[in-house]
Write a protein that binds this ligand. Structure first.
Ligand code: ADP
Length: 293
């Protein structure tokens, strides 16, 4: 398998003993690529497509990605831009995030159509999220979606997590329309029910799966925190109850779940076995601090 994740990896600052801060690298699609690399065997290649600057901090992100065993050959460099950054604040055990990503180089990840098609002709599976699309200009979104549609015609599987973040989008109507377009050209869709219910008004997990085209042959896996997961495949629906656990930190649970699902799916495992792997990994991640590990 050749797994290509597309999106933004950012610098992450987390406070240690004041005044010291630790620096790491994370970002939804990158977290999934990182877990896929950890889970999959040596015959699987994993690459990350993004855009970074040419500054020392961009070099650190590229170094981190490479050290994780993830291919960096599809990472463009834009000398006019720098990396995105976020910081985690802890207040009475609650984490909150502050972002500096408005001008990040990753917003230019889909500027070069030839680079997109080179990466997609390498890939067997392409993975992106609603965040990947939210950070792009309207023209770049169209370019990326068109490249994905062509790749799919050539046999590339497309996997998509809507990962709804209204603050990253210019308005809610555009957000819903573009997420719908991306889902329409995806084979596997991995939404989280709470976000979908809030922003699309789905009344149930089955509603969400239906809206994302489960009846038209797409595989839709609707996550719902510690509650039931709905797996909709080829018109068939499987509800799997989970046993909720008390999380230490839920950051990156969905990203890890997606990695577990996609690696198991690519290995040809049954839906139940894919879910066990996905949920098992997500449970490990919520039992520890940080999105990775
Ligand atoms: P996201 O990070 O996208 O918001 P969810 O909160 O829907 O993702 O959770 C993703 C997956 O993580 C769930 O499907 C489940 O497997 C696992 N998970 C999340 N929260 C819990 C919990 N409290 N107990 C058990 N599993 C959980």
């Amino acid at each position: 398998m050749r797994f290509l994740a597309i999106g933004e990896a950012m610098l992450e600052l987390s406070e240690q003993a004041p005044p010291l801060w630790a620096m790491n690298v994370a970002g939804d699609t990158f977290n999934t690529a990182w877990h896929v690399r950890q889970l999959a065997g040596a015959q699987t290649e994993v690459a990350y497509l993004t855009c970074l600057g040419q500054d020392p901090f961009s070099d650190r992100i590229a170094g981190f990605i490479a050290a994780a065993g993830v291919e960096t050959r599809f990472i463009r460099r834009d000398p006019a831009r720098g990396p995105g950054l976020y910081a985690i604040s802890l207040s009475e055990g609650e984490r909150s995030f502050t972002y500096w990503r408005d001008q990040s180089a990753a917003r230019r990840l889909a500027e070069d159509p030839a680079a997109l098609s080179a990466a997609l002709s390498w890939a067997g599976m392409a993975y992106l999220s609603g965040i990947t699309l939210a950070i792009l200009s309207p023209a770049a979104r169209d370019r990326l979606l068109a490249a994905l549609a062509r790749a799919r015609q050539n046999g590339v599987q497309v996997a998509f997590d809507p990962n709804i973040r209204p603050r990253l989008w210019e308005d809610a109507a555009v957000m819903r329309a573009v997420i719908g377009q991306a889902a329409a050209l995806s084979d596997i869709i991995l939404p989280s029910f709470e976000d979908e219910a809030t922003h699309f008004g789905d009344a149930s997990l089955a509603d969400c799966a239906r809206r994302y085209g489960a009846a038209e042959g797409r595989t839709v896996i609707v996550k719902n925190g510690g509650q039931d997961v709905l797996i909709a495949i080829g018109g068939q629906q499987i509800h799997v109850p989970l046993t909720p656990v008390t999380p230490v930190d839920t950051t990156g649970a969905g990203d890890a779940f997606n990695a577990g699902w996609l690696v198991s799916h690519s290995a040809g495992l049954s839906p139940e076995a894919c879910l066990a792997a996905a949920h098992g990994l997500a449970t490990q991640v919520i039992g520890r601090k940080g999105a990775l590990g």
